[in-house]
Write a protein that binds this ligand. Structure first.
Ligand SMILES: Nc1nc2c(ncn2[C@@H]2O[C@H](COP(=O)(O)OP(=O)(O)OP(=O)(O)O)[C@@H](O)[C@H]2O)c(=O)[nH]1
Length: 562
């Protein structure tokens, strides 16, 4: 057999494209929705977080902008991202995922993957797995079907790309030897130097061996790059056989007690027998710890086929995917592991020496979906607030029983989800919140916690006790080290919160939509009110709503001078 050529892969013209900006569809964001099925848990969570925010900044009424479009920078695979987005859009207005309503979205997913140059068998398997899971998934309160599908696709993409990050292996004793192979122009020489720098940063001493004897310029290029990253380069010219260069270089590296040896080899325009034989000889001499095939991301599923062939021919340990910063469609990143069984260990994302990093399947999936932190927000929300909690909370809100215990529980749940800044940052439309405002909000939450902590169990359960008794408020102020005014504000805010949440919940349960618009109007007028008038206005709105919505009288004597 003279030629093993699968296909002729020439060095491709490389063009760098800049990150694309993709408008995010509103359906996949967590923007509060007023549709009847858009549910309590999610809505409660987002309205609650807004409430917290509103409370701690009540005097200034920080505007929570309910932007429906969330602009995300889809760094790569823009076309794939928007192809998948049309799948989620098809589920708008659906209440559950069914065999019937996923047909169209699955067709979109299939098309998007094929257009991204993912190999057909991989696409088929992927679509089948996702469809099976989508139909079998139960309803999760507060999570819409399109979000559920995003999550399933995300999990499957991660699995497709190998699940966990695949670390480089290091020799237990003696130097670690990394042999790099690949076709011409894929970036091997550049990767050799990048890898040396990457390992140097981990405290390992490195030596490069120039084994590309067919292209003298490649040796010069490696020497120059070696200088750039300050790593020695072993060269023996172009008249020595690559296997001999490998032997000599290895000896030299051992003499110098180098931790890692990286050997660059010649690339060809296509796979042929002499190339494979040469590599086999080099491999025999070096007995490498890692044999990594460097593949160009822009070659799509061909990259996966190459990894398979090299693995069958010489036995490799993994791949390095270069030029991911370019105009690649995603096929290579998504197909390599599934097709060849070998993991992508590192990715090159630019021409600079620093542009080499481990391949993280989960981050890659996140980038492909272009969902930013929405996925992790959904996950954390699910973790933190279990369904029963949500139901319990909903019941309390509907009966206007939301008390200080719930308030504290919710505040702490938010804290468990990460710092306030992270949580707020994950909410669409909250992008404009400044770090200073977030710090202030966190400080205010601490103040509120201090006041709630000194309340008696009855006071926590019946905020009315505090509303009616200046003496109790005074005691709380003294014990928590806060002012009476701060205590009064906190109590007033709890009542406002009850009303607002109840109205919101009513609207979302398909109930009183006008109540919601009244509330929004009230909120708007608060925000527009000139300084000094906001508080008075809020109080009267609050009292009216409290009395009107619960059927109970407003807290007597509260709100006047304490
Ligand atoms: N944008 C971008 N360019 C890259 C990346 N990796 C390599 N390149 C560029 O790709 C071109 C080819 O890289 P080389 O390192 O010379 O490729 P090679 O595989 O050694 O080529 P031969 O020696 O001909 O086999 C160079 O211009 C590199 O700067 C990458 O991750 N991103």
């Amino acid at each position: 057999m003279e030629s093993l050529a699968l296909s002729t892969i020439s060095s491709r013209q490389f063009s760098t494209t800049f990150p694309k900006t993709t408008p995010h569809s509103s359906s996949s964001s967590l923007t509060p929705s007023t549709s009847p099925h858009a549910l309590s848990f999610r809505s409660t969570r987002s309205s609650f977080t807004r409430e917290l925010w509103g409370i701690v900044n009540s005097q200034r009424a920080i505007t929570v902008r309910k932007e429906r479009s969330w602009v995300i920078r889809a760094e790569m695979f823009g076309q794939l991202t928007s192809g998948l987005e049309s799948a989620w859009n098809k589920l708008k207005g659906e209440e559950v995922l069914t065999k019937e309503n996923i047909v169209e979205p699955m067709r979109d997913i299939r098309r998007a993957l094929l257009e991204a140059d993912v190999s057909l068998p991989v696409v088929r398997r992927f679509v089948q797995t996702v469809s099976e899971q989508a139909v079998g998934v139960g309803v999760i309160r507060g999570v819409k079907p399109d979000q559920q599908l995003v999550k399933i696709v995300s999990d499957e993409l991660v699995k497709l790309m190998g699940g966990e990050v695949s670390e480089l292996t290091f020799a237990k004793s003696g130097p670690t030897v990394i042999l790099l192979a690949g076709l011409q122009g894929v970036g091997k020489t550049t990767v050799s130097a990048k890898l040396a720098l990457y390992l140097k940063k981990q405290g390992k001493s490195c030596m490069l061996i120039a084994g590309d004897v067919y292209r003298p310029a490649a040796i010069d290029q490696l020497v120059i790059l070696g200088k750039q990253v300050d790593v020695p380069v072993y060269t023996a010219g172009t008249d020595v056989k690559p296997a001999d260069i490998a032997r000599q270089g290895l000896q030299e590296a051992k003499k110098q007690n180098v931790d890692v040896i990286i050997m660059d080899t010649a690339g060809r325009l296509q796979i042929d027998k002499s190339m494979m034989d040469e590599l086999k000889d080099v491999k025999r001499v070096l007995n490498p710890t890692e044999v990594l095939l460097v593949v160009d991301a822009m070659t799509g599923q061909e990259a996966a086929a190459l990894v398979t062939t090299f693995n069958l021919e010489i036995g490799i340990t993994g791949a390095i995917l270069t030029k991911l910063d370019g105009d690649s469609r995603g096929g290579a990143a998504l197909s390599v592991k599934e097709v060849s069984g070998k993991p992508i260990k590192l990715v090159g994302r630019g021409e600079r020496m620093e542009d080499l990093e481990p391949f993280y399947p989960d981050r890659m999936a996140g980038r492909i979906l272009g969902m930013g932190d929405v996925l992790s927000f959904v996950e954390k929300a699910q973790e933190v607030m279990k369904q029963e909690d949500a139901e319990d909370l909903q019941k309390k809100i509907m009966t206007a029983k939301f008390d200080f215990n719930d308030f504290l529980k919710q505040t702490r749940a938010v804290a468990r989800m990460g710092s306030m800044s992270r949580v707020l940052g994950m909410i669409p439309g909250m992008g404009k919140v400044t770090p200073a405002q977030i710090r202030e909000a966190e400080k205010s939450l601490q103040i509120m916690e201090a006041m709630i902590e000194v309340m008696t169990p009855e006071e926590r359960e019946q905020p009315e006790l505090l509303a009616e008794s200046p003496a109790r408020r005074k005691r709380i102020a003294q014990e928590s080290g806060k002012t009476e005014q701060q205590v009064s504000q906190l109590v007033a805010q709890l009542f406002q919160m009850r009303v607002r949440m109840k109205n919101l919940m009513g609207a979302m349960e398909g109930g009183s939509v006008p109540a919601l618009s009244n509330l929004e109007e009230a909120m708007k007028s608060e925000q527009k009110a000139p300084p000094g008038t906001a508080r008075r206005k809020r109080r009267s709105v609050s009292r009216k709503q409290f009395a009107g919505s619960s059927g109970e009288p407003g807290p007597r004597g509260f709100g006047g001078g304490n």
